[in-house]
Write a protein that binds this ligand. Structure first.
Ligand SMILES: C[S@@+](CC[C@H](N)C(=O)[O-])C[C@H]1O[C@@H](n2cnc3c(N)ncnc32)[C@H](O)[C@@H]1O
Ligand code: SF4
Length: 367
């Protein structure tokens, strides 16, 4: 049996943050949430008939949106259905995403009883002004209380999401957030540069000239300072936007970046199973990738990781040498090799920390 990660999408939030382009909406009624969970359970049964006998599930990620706004009984129904219809390993990594203010001791204890062993909390910033500007519904204190509560309830694998280059952000505010996050010693930290997404209130405000974007050089400085501080505190930088204590990398997200099989269940969720990429709703959106789609995807996902692309693994997967397929890209890449932003050594092709600054430009060469 092959290993499989399962992603469950919960498209509900208490209210929508001003910057967020994720597929979710605020303020759904309890009846709507219950009926969504019922449809998830139907999909779980349908997918198990396709994949259940050939795959062994070793990671589950309940994400969103904000899964923690649901009654934990509904999360229990989803996990029960997964356990009834798929084989799941004893040591499966089971993550739930959460938002401070939606967590209670009762919920956290219920998650532990459901054998959820990894908690991801969206903090974004310790600065109250930044939180308000982002349209977050919680304070820094709400987060700190939830974090300690999670530890008390037995969570020993916690991720914290942070954002930088927030309008009005200064290096001092960012460094303060970094220091306070590090002091709490979560096992994993994600740190994202704020993206102005079309269709969000932030986008409209930006277009109306109501705020300026943080300049690129400051954004990059914030990024590098974060990596330096995390490394000094014993974290490993393993993906563009992710650091973890040794052995605490997110096993589920690593599947995305290593092009391993994962099944996304729920509205808008994406899957990559048996070499086929598809997005919910099922069946109507199936499409088979050509070799070019797939090799390019291998490059995009591989270069996101600090460990880069293993050229032997590429050859084994596609039956052709990497530089055979991408021979015509060599000249476009030469400037990045020369500047040390892209390196090839010991059969590994990878971006350096300076390369991550311009990762979009380098990856564009492989489109
Ligand atoms: C799907 S959200 C889930 C977490 C939870 N709903 C919350 O917000 O606390 C995952 C993370 O994506 C990041 N994120 C969302 N929108 C973003 C944007 N426009 N730019 C950068 N990061 C973003 C935030 O750090 C957020 O915590
Ligand atoms: S950032 Fe999280 S809480 Fe805010 S709208 Fe997006 S998914 Fe919902």
């Amino acid at each position: 049996m092959k290993p499989l990660g399962i992603y469950i999408h919960i498209p509900f939030c208490l209210s929508k943050c001003s910057y967020c382009g994720f597929y979710s909406r605020g303020g759904a009624a309890a009846a709507e949430q219950e009926s969504y969970i019922q449809s998830l359970i139907n999909d779980i049964k349908m997918y198990s008939s396709l994949y259940g006998s050939r795959y062994l599930v070793d990671t589950i990620f309940i994400g969103g949106g904000t899964p923690s706004i649901l009654d934990p009984g509904l999360i229990g129904q989803v996990l029960d259905a997964l356990r009834a219809h798929f084989d799941i390993t004893e040591d499966a990594e089971i993550t739930i995403e959460s938002n401070p203010k939606t967590l209670t001791e009762e919920k956290l204890r219920a998650y532990r009883r459901l054998e959820i062993n990894r908690l991801s909390i969206g903090l974004q910033s310790f600065d109250e002004n930044c939180l308000r500007r982002l349209g977050r519904i919680h304070t820094a204190q709400d987060f700190a209380d939830n974090f300690q509560m999670a530890r008390t309830c037995g969570f020993d694998n916690i991720n914290v999401d942070l954002m930088f280059a927030i309008p009005g952000h200064t290096m001092e505010i960012w460094e303060d957030t970094l220091g306070r996050a590090i002091d709490l010693a979560p096992e994993h930290i994600s740190f994202y540069s704020l993206q102005i997404e079309e269709g969000t209130p932030f986008y409209d405000m930006f277009m109306a000239g109501e705020f300026d974007q943080i300049p690129d050089d400051v954004d990059r400085e914030m990024y590098h300072i974060a990596i330096r501080r995390f490394k000094e505190a014993g974290y490993e930088h393993y993906e563009i936007s992710n650091c973890a204590k040794p052995g605490r990398q997110c096993r589920h997200n690593l599947k995305y970046w290593s092009m391993e099989d994962y099944l996304g269940i729920g509205s808008g969720a994406s899957s990559y199973v048996d070499g086929i990429r598809f997005t919910q709703p099922p069946l109507s959106f199936f499409h088979e990738n050509g070799l070019a789609d797939d090799t390019a995807e291998f490059v995009f996902t591989g270069l996101r990781k600090t460990s880069g692309i293993n050229l032997d693994a590429f050859k084994e997967r596609y039956g052709k040498a990497f530089w055979n397929i991408f021979a015509d890209r060599r000249s476009a890449l030469s400037q990045y090799f020369e500047s040390g932003q892209l390196v090839e050594e010991d059969g590994i092709l990878r971006l350096t920390e300076e390369g991550f600054d311009i990762s979009n430009a380098i990856m564009a060469v492989f489109v």
